[in-house]
Structures are given as C-alpha cells and as structure tokens.
Design a protein around this ligand. Structure first.
Ligand SMILES: [Zn+2]
Length: 199
C-alpha cells in the first residue's frame, strides 16, 4: 500500500551534545557497503529501552521464523563539531505480515502506526526504520533500498538491520544520491540532554 504524505513539518536543526555511547547486544557487521566504519560520520543512538525492545522482538520473531520491523522515533541534532546525529527514543510498530524473508505492516498495523504518529503531542520525527533478517546477515536488499528511498530518504534517517540468529546488527545511512549506501555508527545511550526548541 503506497504511503501518501499529507502533512510535513520543517524545523531548524538544533544543536546539542551527543549522548555518551554505550554497548549493543549485537556484533556490528555490515555487508555490501564499501568503506571504513571509522571514517563514517552519521551516528545513531538507540535508547536502552529501544535496544531491549528490538532484542526481545527480533529473537521472538526468529523463533517464529518471521522477520520483524518497526519505526524509530526520536530527534536529530548537530554536535559541537557540526556533525549530525540521530537519537531513537521509541520503537513504534503494529501488526505485521511477515515471513522468514519479508515483512510489512498489515493494514491495521499501518493504521495503528499512523494514529500513533498523529496523536503525538510534539511532532516527533521518524529517524529510521528497523527490520530483521533471519540468518542472512545485515545488508540492504534492493527492496530495502527502495523502502529507504521512498519512506526514509532524509540525511538523519537510518536503516537498522538486526540478524537475531547471527547476533549481528548494522545501521545504514543515506549517502549522496543513494539510500543506505554508507554506514552509520550505532550505539546505545541512557541519557540525552535533548535539543532546546522554541515554541
Ligand atoms: Zn531486509
């Protein structure tokens, strides 16, 4: 089902110190991206409860032989060195139609997600999409790249792939002209000061 954008917000990019990065329960393993992670600029910080949610859901999905997915809600900012980073504070998901090799929202799942997004007091932003691969490793398939391009094309939007069977994870950011073409550094966090915004 195609997604139609009915409302958009623009807001200035705020400035805030980055959270202190913590560990993840997965090995970071990127496949299909050329380049050195050390030289990668985009960063994604996952709140510990988001990490726990993803870890639990992805393992339950693996037992049932189903991929899992959800939207990462949060904010983004520039650090003191003018490098952008995204912070995922919540995982939003709904009922899924899933197999060992594919996943999408059922219509009712999509409605739930849409309602939850429209009910948010502050227009929290979608900083990315998470989904799982079952023992295939962490990469973006051609379909994943299309999803990223169509739904999450902005520089602060990251694709997170978790393989609960291999205990691997990876984050992919949108490089110049190409969705998911560069690595993003991914870490957990416990506290973040947040961006001060007027209004
Ligand atoms: Zn995929």
């Amino acid at each position: 089902m195609p997604v139609r954008i009915v409302r958009t917000w623009t807001r200035p990019v705020g400035r805030a110190p980055r959270p202190v990065g913590g560990p993840l329960p997965w090995e970071i393993a990127h496949h299909g991206v050329v380049g050195n992670i050390e030289e990668s600029k985009p960063r994604l910080y996952l709140a510990e409860k988001v990490v726990d949610d993803i870890d639990r859901r992805s393992r339950e999905g693996a037992i049932r032989r189903r991929e899992d997915m959800g939207l990462l809600l949060g904010d983004w900012a520039m650090d003191d060195e003018e490098d952008p980073y995204a912070v995922a504070m919540d995982l939003l998901t709904g009922s899924l139609e899933a197999s060992p090799v594919a996943v999408k929202f059922k219509l009712e799942g999509l409605m739930k997600v849409a309602h939850a997004l429209s009910d948010l007091e502050y227009p929290d932003v979608i900083v990315g999409r998470y989904h799982t691969h079952l023992d295939l490793g962490c990469f973006l398939s051609d379909k994943d790249k299309k999803t990223q391009e169509g739904g999450f094309p902005h520089t602060h939007q990251v694709a997170v792939v978790v393989d609960p069977m291999r205990r691997e994870a990876a984050a992919f950011a949108n490089g110049p002209g190409s969705p998911g073409s560069i690595w993003a550094v991914m870490e957990s966090y416990t506290e973040w000061v947040g961006v001060e915004r007027q209004g």
